[in-house]
Design a protein around this ligand. Structure first.
Ligand code: PMV
Length: 363
């Protein structure tokens, strides 16, 4: 598929109004996307676990209008929200060429999250993918092309992911589950820079229902927006080595997912998380996004793993919160460990239990 293939070329104009609704999950990268080219094309491939409980629910009602330009209202948890408008305006501008009907309707976008808003969890992946899926459902109602088909069709999912990418890069990995690869690379057949593809290679039962408990160390606004963050990779002294490393780690992880070697999994995942932060610490300007409690938690995890012969490991986003990844069979013990030893490092003792999920659902 090329970007051209996603342009809606003809559509009928007699649909006056309607409502569509989707629930779309967040995702957590194992090999991290950090650095992009123009048009949200990633500098390196990434792979993520799709989550199950952390989701955005979005309903879009649309009504035919006459005048030109984009018209939309955004509601967040029932209240009119002005703060989200600029991001959605930019998103509409970027995707208008693929969805020419955007200027024909007024949209009421009603959205809410299953996780607390001020939790420091990035809602852009779930939020942008939910909007992209709603817009695809509208396109399916308007389309005269035979390839538009149902929401189960490959075209629907690929274009939803393609659009979501233009809203927020990592959002393109939230459409499907349980593992999604984004970014063209040699080790994954059909992988693309334009959209995420479901990882269909063999996955060992060790990864079934893999757990992700998110420790909320800092619920504040992100210190570095991802737009600024990705820009830090322009002219970064280690950028080319890092992009190459991500390709190598993805190839290694593919083998590890097949063999079920959890020791090797831990090494790749933790190294990826620390490399992401190392990139931020060695850029200009430089940032430290971990907090003292992030490091306390990491040291506790390492001590617990050693003492209990556990396969618990951590990963990080571009912030201070810690994702604890572990096999389902360790759930009871790890939750006990969190309650006894880690909650005191969380803001207001707050953490969220999640696990690997299957992707977005139409409601
Ligand atoms: O999708 P963005 O532009 O918010 O970038 C997300 C980048 C990381 O979360 C740090 C890594 C990733 O691959 O999700």
């Amino acid at each position: 598929m090329t970007a051209e293939d996603f342009i809606l070329k003809s559509y009928h104009t007699d649909l006056q109004n309607g409502t569509v609704k989707w629930a779309s999950p967040s995702n957590i990268a194992l090999v991290k996307y950090w650095g992009k080219k123009a048009d949200q094309i990633p500098e390196n491939p990434s792979i993520s676990f799709t989550l199950s409980n952390c989701k955005t629910l979005t309903e879009i009602s649309f009504t035919k209008k006459e005048d030109d330009g984009f018209q939309f209202d955004v509601y967040f948890e029932g209240e009119k929200n002005e703060a989200f408008r600029p991001k959605i305006q930019t998103f509409f501008e970027r995707i208008a060429v693929y969805m020419p009907f955007l200027k024909d309707y007024h949209f009421k976008i009603d959205t809410s999250n299953t996780f607390p808003h001020s939790s420091g969890i990035a809602s852009s992946a779930s939020g942008m993918s939910a909007i992209a899926l709603c817009l695809m459902s509208i396109e399916a109602q308007l389309s005269e092309e035979s390839n538009a088909l149902s929401s189960d069709s490959a075209y629907f999912k690929q274009k939803a992911s393609f659009l979501a990418r233009l809203g927020s890069g990592s959002a393109c990995r939230s459409i499907e589950g349980e593992l999604v690869v984004w970014g063209a690379n040699e080790s994954i057949k059909d992988s693309s820079d334009l959209y995420g593809v479901r990882f269909t290679e063999s996955v060992h039962p060790n990864f079934k229902n893999y757990q992700d408990t998110i420790l909320l160390v800092d619920k504040g606004e992100k210190q570095v927006s991802s737009t600024v963050g990705h820009q830090l990779m322009y002219g970064h002294p280690f950028a080319q080595e890092r992009f190459k490393q991500a390709h190598d780690n993805l190839a290694k992880l593919k083998a590890v997912l097949a063999s079920g070697d959890l020791e090797a999994f831990i090494t790749i995942v933790e190294s990826e998380a620390l490399t992401l932060h190392a990139m931020m610490m060695t850029s200009l300007p430089y940032f430290i996004l971990m907090k003292p409690n992030t490091l306390e938690i990491i040291n506790k995890i390492w001590a617990y793993r050693e003492a209990q012969h556990s396969k618990l490991c951590f990963t990080l986003d571009a912030g201070a919160n810690v994702h604890l990844l572990y096999p389902e069979q360790e759930k009871e013990n790890v939750l006990e460990f969190i309650k006894n030893e880690l909650v005191s490092y969380c803001q207001n003792e707050h953490y969220i239990c999640d696990e690997i999920g299957l992707g977005a659902n139409q409601i």
